[in-house]
Design a protein around this ligand. Structure first.
Ligand SMILES: NC(=O)c1ccc[n+]([C@@H]2O[C@H](COP(=O)([O-])OP(=O)(O)OC[C@H]3O[C@@H](n4cnc5c(N)ncnc54)[C@H](OP(=O)(O)O)[C@@H]3O)[C@@H](O)[C@H]2O)c1
Length: 369
């Protein structure tokens, strides 16, 4: 079943439950309660869907602005978390405190004070709080694999207000520190490079899966020690549900294990077939023609070492299940085709190159053969 069909069926089944009236409601009393802060953007809908699938009673909390068509059958607490005077949080306090939440999942990536204030007001109503963090939590040189023992990033000594502009890395780091000192039972999920059916932004259309799906003439970089790593949104959100069900607390690196780029490309050809023409072009030749890692081609980031070497042993030992790369690629391309039914998305923005540039490089390379 594809995501659209599933989301549709999630709507139907919850609506059907409500239609059953008191009997279904009585059953619902036994259900665990999950409050999803956000829930209608990029990652949130998969989290919501997974908790519904796992039998939780799910409530959303957001402003009602992003994707208001999603999960209209679910209870929603309308609240703007970014008001410095906390007026919205105070308005909805009784709705939040009316329940003891088995689980709260926070996908927040904006001003960290919103995390601090939410927990200051409501931590006693929360049994288990999850935060979607990031590997940017780690400091140091990233010159070896990053484990949960890696030193955390130092924070700037700075008073934070709601209008304080902070880079993403510090928003995540401050949020984590506030959570750690809040007294709540928490699980921090540190990931990077999240991929799945949905994308956060049109420029995040999946370059390599789409190129192989199209089966065009294309080239891939040939670079020694070229490893890559990604986070499959499905495995990631399954882990949030798993750690909820099993009350597993602490900080976890959550991603797919590191693989070679060669393996990544081989799997793409297995899923989508061999492209009409596929060239493996050495990195030095590409550099000579101004094609650089990451700036021009995704999944190619030789430095720093740690970036694609996030050690996920601890999460695997605690129940993280890694879905196959084949399934992730299929999801990515299904999502792409859903958003671009005519398959007419044009690459060439930062981090990708256009088909014209691809043809130019291939023509230059063929002259050397
Ligand atoms: N490449 C990557 O690895 C990658 C990419 C994208 C995201 N992420 C991470 O994934 C996490 C979740 O992604 P996401 O942002 O797409 O989450 P999401 O939960 O899917 O969407 C954001 C939610 O926050 C709500 N929201 C925004 N401003 C709000 C406010 N002032 N008050 C209350 N609610 C508000 C939005 O609804 P309303 O607008 O209706 O309020 C929306 O439902 C983030 O932590 C991000 O760092 C990682």
């Amino acid at each position: 079943m594809d995501k659209r069909t599933f989301l549709k069926s999630a709507v139907v089944s919850t609506t059907a439950l409500l239609a059953l009236g008191p009997i279904a409601c009585a059953g619902n009393k036994e259900k665990k309660k999950a409050l999803i802060l956000g829930g209608r953007g990029f990652l949130g809908p998969t989290i919501v869907t997974k908790f519904l699938e796992a039998g939780y009673e799910v409530t959303l909390l957001n402003r009602g602005k992003t994707n208001p068509h999603l999960f209209t059958e679910l209870p929603i607490i309308i609240c703007d978390r970014e008001k410095e005077d906390l007026s919205d949080l105070k308005k909805v306090a009784s709705q939040i405190q009316a329940h003891q939440w088995d689980v709260v999942v926070d996908t927040w990536s904006k001003n960290p004070l919103a995390v601090k204030d939410f927990l200051a007001m409501f931590s006693s109503s929360i049994d288990h709080y999850h935060y979607t963090s990031s590997i940017v939590a780690y400091g140091g040189k990233w010159d070896k694999a990053i484990t949960e023992e890696t030193t955390l990033r130092e924070l700037p000594d700075k008073e934070i207000k709601y209008d304080t502009e902070l880079p993403y890395i510090y928003r995540k780091c401050f949020s984590e520190r506030y959570i750690m000192s809040s007294g709540v039972n928490y699980t921090l999920h540190r990931s990077h490079g999240m991929r799945g059916f949905r994308i956060p932004d049109p420029i995040d259309e999946p370059y390599w899966p789409v190129k192989f799906y199209r089966g065009d003439r294309l080239f891939v970089p040939l670079d020694e020690n070229h490893d890559t790593q990604t986070t499959d949104v499905e495995s990631y959100t399954d882990f949030i549900v798993h750690t909820s069900n099993n009350k597993i607390y602490g900080a976890f690196n959550v991603a797919d294990p590191t693989i070679t780029f060669e393996h990544y490309v081989k799997t793409l050809t297995e899923v989508f077939g061999q492209p009409k023409e596929l060239y493996h072009i050495p990195k030095d030749f590409l550099a000579k023609h101004d094609i650089l890692p990451y700036r021009d081609l995704p999944r190619w980031r030789p430095n720093p070492y740690g970036f694609y070497h996030i050690d996920v042993t601890k999460a695997i030992q605690n129940g993280l299940k890694i879905r196959s790369l084949e399934k992730l690629f299929k999801d990515q391309v299904d999502g792409y085709r859903h958003r671009n039914p005519k398959d007419d998305f044009v690459f060439g923005h930062h981090g990708t190159i256009s088909q014209q540039k691809t043809e130019e490089i291939i023509a230059l390379w063929k002259k050397t053969l």
